[in-house]
Write a protein that binds this ligand. Structure first.
Ligand code: UDP
Ligand code: MG
Length: 320
């Protein structure tokens, strides 16, 4: 293994973020190697990003780099999360085209040849996988994913095609544009849509996970959805203003009613109505504050201008 950078131009970089994926890595590397050699010959690199795994992922990757050619093991200093691990891999890549895969083989690497063909025929900058079926995913995940895409489509100006993940083939031009976008909140599929250029869908059937379990529990899914919405839309802020205006109008109406009652000398009983008003107004105010807080927090994180990720080491197979 060496720590030098390659000199010959590469036709393809395959980027795979890996978090606690030790069991599946050998199969992943063998399948990717076979496909890559078939499609572009030896001029490829397989970049595997270890995202602070707590299992044997790093050791397995290092031992694979001793036996297999064209491997680049990027070791992050800690767990940065899927989107940043992917960003780190993209920043290291140098191939003319970049193929993004998950480590669990849900997206079959064997589709590379057809995706390359689509890119050539359509002169596209991005060929993105679009799931026509999701095998082995729970009903809950499928329903929440569908709801999220509907909601996101309504709120965001940037249109992200439904049922896409990060599985895609990108040109060097699109990859460089993406890698140069400085934001820390990275919803990559949204950022890629935002770039524009020619992007075409590639329908495919998503397979069940081969080994291990999903790294997206409900908590992370909610976080991911919030990140996506706040990165691509300020509609929630606008809704907060509209809610304020609506309650203002209702408030004026109620004030007129109360004044009239006072002038007419009617005695006020109203503990119940008072409690209702206080509780409703209180919760709406807190909700709006929460929405502001989400944006303010993100603004704060962005304003720190910290590096997106820390690469602890890069290890390459001997032939690269
Ligand atoms: N992943 C990562 N860092 C994380 C979580 C996930 O690098 O903090 C990787 C993971 O190893 C996999 C990909 O991101 O290669 C997608 O994760 P997963 O398959 O768990 O997501 P799902 O397919 O269940 O949505
Ligand atoms: Mg998966």
């Amino acid at each position: 293994m060496t720590n030098t950078t390659p000199t010959s131009p590469l036709l393809l970089s395959i980027v795979v973020p890996c978090y606690n994926e030790a069991e599946g890595l050998a199969e992943l590397c063998c399948r990717v190697e076979a496909v890559s050699v078939d499609v572009v010959g030896p001029a490829y690199e397989l970049i595997l990003v270890n995202d602070g795994s707590t299992d044997d992922t790093l050791d397995v990757l290092h031992s694979l780099a001793r036996t297999l050619p064209n491997l680049v093991v990027v070791n992050l200093s800690r767990n940065h999360g899927h989107q940043l691990a992917l960003s780190a891999g993209l920043s290291v890549s140098s191939g003319a085209r970049v193929f993004i895969l998950d480590a669990d083989l849900q997206d079959p690497p064997e589709l590379l040849a057809q995706m390359m063909l689509q890119m050539d025929q359509n002169k596209a900058d991005v060929v993105f996988g679009q799931r026509i079926a999701r095998k082995g995913e729970s009903l809950f995940k499928r329903i929440t994913a569908k709801l999220f895409y509907k909601f996101f489509g309504k709120l965001a100006d940037t249109k992200v095609p439904a049922d896409t993940g990060d599985f895609r083939l990108m040109s060097r031009r699109a990859t460089d544009l993406l890698a140069n976008m400085p934001e820390a909140s990275r919803y990559l599929r949204g950022m890629i849509s935002w770039i524009g250029l020619k992007q075409i869908a590639f329908p495919y059937v998503r397979q069940p996970r081969q080994t291990g379990h999903s790294k997206y529990p409900l908590r992370k899914m909610i976080h991911f959805a919030l990140e996506a919405i706040t990165s691509f839309s300020i509609v929630p802020l606008r809704l907060a203003s509209y809610t304020g205006a609506l309650f203002g109008i209702i408030g004026l109406g109620l004030m007129a009613y109360v004044m009239r009652a006072w002038l007419a000398g009617e005695t006020v009983q109203g503990w119940t109505s008072l409690m209702v008003v206080v509780l409703v107004l209180g919760s709406v105010q807190l909700l709006c504050l929460g929405v502001f807080g989400e944006y303010l927090g993100r603004l704060y994180m962005e304003s720190k201008r910290r590096p997106l990720f820390i690469i602890e080491s890069i290890t390459r197979s001997d032939n690269t």
